[in-house]
Design a protein around this ligand. Structure first.
Ligand code: ADP
Ligand code: MG
Length: 248
């Protein structure tokens, strides 16, 4: 059974399509990169699969069910600039938000929830910062807190939108390690990544998109100069770089 099926998905902003006629069948247990140039529709695809945007056409199933029934099984870390923390909230409380789906409607966190929050903060090496205001942290530290929140949710699918952008080396390693670990316990990860470095190291499979789906398959098979150039518009400067990246 597929984790996610996308049929003929078209999503527009102001009647201008951002993605067109996308079809995908996503198998469980892999780390899948979504690559393509800026404005290619990568974030739109993720938001569409989460049911956050209206479709022009298309149908999406998560574990064979409509999104409304299965959204709780997905953790989503949006692209970073979308966060605006001008209200006071500490690290611990941000991570506890990940537990809300597990709490009763009018409920307070139980000891078990607090223990999970502690464990996931330890996992991303942010346990010492539990009481710190989120806005006082560096970009990389914030990103690790958002990862911890996603982990606390105990989902089956993880959507990460450009998690590596603007983070330090320590955070990059932490993200990579978590991706492998989650995959190891059968989770499915979809990770937007706009540049071409580390593609083969990070991802088992790739969704290559530029408005339409250019390719979906094992990184080994689809990360070729031809398909990369098709995805990135075939600019000459890219071509040279691509040859190096693909062979390297
Ligand atoms: P990517 O994540 O690959 O950079 P996006 O999915 O964010 O691309 O955007 C795809 C296209 O849709 C771009 O041309 C972008 O300008 C446009 N777009 C994205 N979000 C909006 C929005 N909220 N309103 C209008 N246009 C948008
Ligand atoms: Mg984006």
């Amino acid at each position: 059974m597929y984790v996610i099926t996308v049929k003929n998905l078209t999503i527009s902003y102001n009647k201008k399509p951002a993605i067109k006629g996308v079809n995908l069948n996503i198998e469980p247990g892999s780390v899948i990169g979504i690559i393509g140039p800026n404005g290619a529709g990568k974030s739109t695809l993720l938001k569409g699969m989460l049911g956050l945007l209206p479709f022009d056409t298309g149908d999406i199933k998560i574990f064979g069910e409509n999104i409304d029934r299965s959204r709780k099984r997905i953790s989503y870390i949006p692209q970073r600039e979308q966060f605006d923390w001008d209200f006071p909230i500490n690290v611990e409380d941000v991570v506890m938000m990940g537990r809300y789906a597990h709490l009763p409607i009018v409920g307070f966190p139980k000891a078990g929830d607090k223990e999970i929050v502690r464990q996931v903060l330890e996992k991303v090496e942010m346990d010492k910062y539990a009481k710190r205001q989120i806005r006082q942290l560096s970009g990389g530290q914030q990103q690790r807190v958002f990862l911890a929140r996603a982990l606390a949710q105990e989902s089956d699918i993880y959507f990460l939108d450009e998690p590596f952008v603007g983070v330090d080396a320590k955070t990059e390693r932490a993200i990579f390690k978590l991706m492998k670990e989650l995959k190891g316990i059968g989770k499915t990860l979809l990770v937007v990544h706009h540049d071409l470095s580390m593609v083969k190291n990070y991802f088992d499979k790739l969704i290559m998109i530029n408005q339409t789906l250019i390719a979906y398959g094992d990184s080994e098979k689809v990360f070729t100069p031809e398909l990369v150039n098709k995805t990135y518009g075939g600019r000459l400067t890219m071509l040279q770089k691509t040859e190096e990246l693909v062979s390297g």
